[in-house]
Design a protein around this ligand. Structure first.
Ligand SMILES: Nc1ncnc2c1ncn2[C@@H]1O[C@H](COP(=O)(O)OP(=O)(O)OP(=O)(O)O)[C@@H](O)[C@H]1O
Length: 296
């Protein structure tokens, strides 16, 4: 319709919430029930979101960087987040997902990518301040691209008529996973509970790992140095019982009862590290869905 009230209201950028419909209680419940073994990620993300959503005029966008090994739940948590924040979830027109292999695959086109990305982010923030930008596989991003994002992440940049400070940015990578895994292994060896691992213990390790990784998109971007990230969110390696939890989730999703032989078959085909103790799944829960499809 020519007088669609939502688009009319959205011209007044500062008041526009577009299809942003945060249900943080729903998110908390879902995470508590379904996200296995990530007490730190859960607490950090929920805390950051609560503060951000309740503030009608945030001083900067919410910027989260998720770190951890393969299949530990980074993408899974991101999709739940989109689901509980936006009507339409990942399919909302205000949720933008970037993958280097798909969107930035030709290194010789970097200048075009930079220009396009900047225009895309700016254009979408003009259309709706409540937008979510999700960047996958940050450690495979060509260097230089993230520089164009830097102005959007801080508190000083202004676009006329938009409130870009209401945006959410999420960056995902495996950078720091070795350090995180090492802490988890050491905790186990010194008989400390996994739940005793504190975010303060991991944060400086992840920070340094990003600074030291020339393949990470933040390399030389100034984003780390200027502390534009609101949280470095660690994902711990998953133990046997967490993988079991993933199998139960997956079976429930398919409308099936838990079955011991399926759980056992998935666990038997999972590899664990370290070599001696066989504590943590090498691929987290990544193979669970396809293995189940195979064993059913
Ligand atoms: N902690 C978890 N709790 C419950 N399910 C999980 C968890 N981790 C992974 N899964 C399941 O495994 C699938 C794959 O995990 P996901 O894509 O989130 O991994 P990732 O951390 O993003 O890995 P990668 O670094 O390889 O992209 C998810 O879709 C989910 O079904």
């Amino acid at each position: 319709a020519p007088w669609d009230m939502t688009s009319l209201r959205c011209n007044f950028g500062a008041f526009c919430e577009c299809d942003f419909r945060p249900d943080l209680q729903g998110l908390e419940c879902d995470l508590a029930q379904h996200l296995a073994g990530q007490h730190l990620a859960r607490a950090l993300v929920v805390k950051a979101l609560k503060a951000f959503v309740k503030d009608p005029t945030p001083s900067k966008p919410l910027v989260l960087s998720l770190h951890g090994g393969k299949g530990t739940g980074k993408s899974y948590l991101s999709s739940l987040l989109a689901h509980y924040l936006f009507r339409g979830g990942l399919h909302s027109p205000h949720v933008h997902h970037f993958s280097p292999g798909i969107h930035f695959s030709h290194p010789n086109q970097m200048e075009c990518y930079k220009k396009d990305l900047k225009n895309w982010v700016q254009g979408n923030l003009t259309a709706c301040g409540r937008s979510l930008f999700l960047f996958d596989e940050m450690d495979e991003l060509a260097p230089g691209l993230m520089e164009v994002l830097r102005p959007f992440l801080g508190s000083s940049w202004v676009v006329y008529g938009t409130n870009y400070r209401k945006a959410i940015f999420i960056f995902i990578s495996n950078t720091g996973s070795e350090q995180i895994n090492q802490v988890a292994v050491e905790a186990w060896r010194s008989r400390r509970e996994r739940e005793e691992i504190l975010p303060q213990q991991l944060e400086p390790l992840i920070f340094q790992a990003v600074l030291d990784n020339p393949h990470h998109g933040f390399w030389n971007s100034g984003i780390m140095e200027e502390h534009l990230l609101d949280a470095l969110v660690p994902f711990l390696p998953l133990q046997r019982h967490h993988v079991r939890h993933c199998v139960f989730n997956e079976l429930a999703q398919l409308g099936l009862e838990p079955r011991d032989e399926v759980v056992q078959a998935v666990l038997d085909s999972t590899t664990f590290f370290p070599e001696e103790e066989q504590l943590f799944s090498s691929n987290g829960c990544k193979m669970v869905a396809s293995r189940i499809a195979f064993y059913l």
